[in-house]
Design a protein around this ligand. Structure first.
Ligand code: UD1
Length: 420
């Protein structure tokens, strides 16, 4: 296991290039189960979660090659299984995304129930409710969800009680095999959902309304494989904005899509950052000291929960008190106790965090507990005086492509070291 060691207090300056989005890659890879390939993906990030979805697809019978860096070719012509094992699902809960496409292609799916995770209970009841409304039968046995549609799927009207990103993607993919029209209400509007719908439409699907809260899918269209470039990772981009903000640095962030993270940009401008943007890039300069701002996380286009921890690290050194309200996940504050070890003054009351900005942080050994918490600790470590060691970085490697190398190029004193 590795740790990331940072000598904090250095201003970042330079350019970084954003990788393809993990959360766009995973549903797009799952969509290859809908019909035989070959599907070619470009701009694929080099991440642990990508290795996991590739292992899962191989397990199901897919032939996969990686002809060059960032390119993955998937062909599910030899699909032979409809089961996603416990071992794979427990390492990555987004493995559930194979449910919808397997159900559409094979009329059945058997997927290990993902259970809860560090940041919350994260049930999949709404995915299953959607499949059920289209005529599928679901049953749990030995921790596996068995979904069958012996008489095929039919169009339905489905309302998501809570906005769910992977739920919207999963049910949208299953609906491609349903006879007639399926209307999904209260859908996730995340750029990754729009990206998936765009890929499916290029495959031949009839999908209207992606990017709004109402998506209509007319099923039964023949599908074919397509070539797809993965969209840039908006959360990696936001993490670099936070890194510039906390160090008073100046970064040009290339190969990103500013329209996908406006709520984040606006909040960092409120904190005192200067941000300019163009087609595929943004430039951010951090203030001398950030100003306190209030943040409430909510589904897109609001402030993303996946940026809450990194923003909190910046607000920990802000001038004044910020109130952060986390409305998406019930337990997404695992980074708070670790930020306190660096000197942050944060008080919790239910889903609210009161962040009383301190003039500076000081380095310490801290423990990463989940993906975005890891990023938050790295952002904090960049500003903390002295040495910060972030342990358990395997969480980080699930979603960030060699972040320490990118930060090093912009002047951070940061390295990856073996940990015991
Ligand atoms: C996705 C993202 C994750 C992000 C999250 C919220 C991927 C692979 N992951 O996760 O990075 O943090 O969106 O933006 O894209 N819920 C239910 N029942 C369900 C499904 C969800 O109650 O059947 C609840 C969850 O517990 C949570 C909320 O809905 O409170 C939103 O979760 P959801 O959007 O489903 O998150 P994921 O799709 O798992």
């Amino acid at each position: 296991m590795d740790k990331i060691v940072i000598e904090g207090g250095r201003r970042l300056e330079g350019e970084v290039t954003i990788a393809g989005a993990k959360n766009a890659s995973l549903p797009a890879f799952a969509a290859t189960l809908l019909c035989p390939g070959p599907f070619t993906f470009t701009n694929v990030p080099d991440l642990k979660d990508i290795d996991t979805i590739i292992a899962l697809l191989k397990d199901l019978g897919a032939a996969i090659t990686r002809p060059e860096k960032g390119v993955v070719v998937v062909d599910t012509a030899g699909l032979k299984s409809y089961e996603a094992s416990y071992d794979l699902v427990r390492t990555m809960r987004a493995s559930c995304l194979v449910m919808g496409p397997l159900l559409a292609r094979m009329g059945k799916a058997r997927v290990s129930h993902p259970g809860g995770c560090a940041i919350g209970e994260r049930p999949i009841n709404l995915h299953l409710k959607g499949f059920g409304a289209m005529g599928a039968h679901t049953a749990l046995d030995e921790g596996y969800v068995n979904i069958t549609a012996n008489d095929g799927l039919h169009g339905a009207k489905i309302y998501f009680d809570i906005v769910t990103v992977t739920g919207t993607a999963n049910v949208m993919m299953a609906a491609l095999a349903a006879e007639g029209a399926t209307t999904l209400e209260n859908c996730a509007r995340e750029p990754e959902v729009v990206f998936l719908a765009d890929m499916l439409v290029r495959m031949g699907a009839d999908i209207k309304g992606a990017g709004t809260d109402r998506i209509v899918i007319t099923g039964g269209r023949p599908l074919k494989a397509v070539e797809t470039a993965i969209i840039p990772d908006r959360i990696e981009t936001g993490t670099f904005i936070a890194a510039a903000a906390i160090t008073g640095g100046s970064l040009r962030i290339n190969r990103c899509n500013p329209a996908d993270f406006e709520a984040v940009t606006i909040k960092f401008i409120e904190m005192g950052c200067t941000i300019t943007e163009g087609n595929g890039w943004i430039e951010v300069s951090g203030p001398k000291r950030p100003a306190a701002v209030d943040i409430e996380t909510a589904p897109h286009p609001s402030f993303p929960t996946d940026m809450q921890a990194q923003a909190m690290a910046v607000l920990a050194v802000a001038d004044g008190t910020s109130v952060i309200h986390e409305s998406v996940f019930e337990n997404r504050y695992m980074h708070v106790a670790e930020l306190r070890r660096l000197g942050a003054d944060i008080r919790m009351k239910g889903a609210n965090a009161f962040v009383h900005g301190v003039p500076g942080l000081s380095g310490a050994t801290v423990m990463a507990t989940d993906l975005r918490a890891s990023a938050s600790l790295i952002v904090a470590g960049l500003a903390a005086k002295g040495k910060t060691s972030v342990r358990r970085v395997y969480h980080l490697d699930r979603g960030y492509e060699r972040i320490e190398e990118k930060l090093k190029k912009t002047g951070a004193r940061i390295s990856r070291q073996p940990d015991k």
